[in-house]
Design a protein around this ligand. Sequence first.
Ligand code: ZN
Length: 114
Amino acid sequence: MIQTTPVQERYTRFSCPNPQCARFNHPGEGNIVHRSWTGTHKHIDRLRCTACDREFSEREGTEAKDAAMRDWCARVTQQTGQQWEYARINQSDFEARVPRTLAEAIQALTLLQG
Ligand SMILES: [Zn+2]
């Protein structure tokens, strides 16, 4: 697996999911670090908050986000009369493959699901 994002920038979009932590919901403060790789293909980032030591998956909270995106697509489909669909590509998968086109990104998604 090739990681192309510089280490110091890779986890700035994440924040601590622990409501009791001082860094809860504050992305970009440098407290989120890589812990390990998980999943069948070792492609899911397990992260750790250095402030409270809480470990969590990069995918934590994605179910609610996925549901919101599917709902958005359904509403836009209804309003426009054109079919809108949602597909999630996890950041680590995206960074490992660096797709240059939407077709390449979707191909990567298909490979993961297949
Ligand atoms: Zn924390």
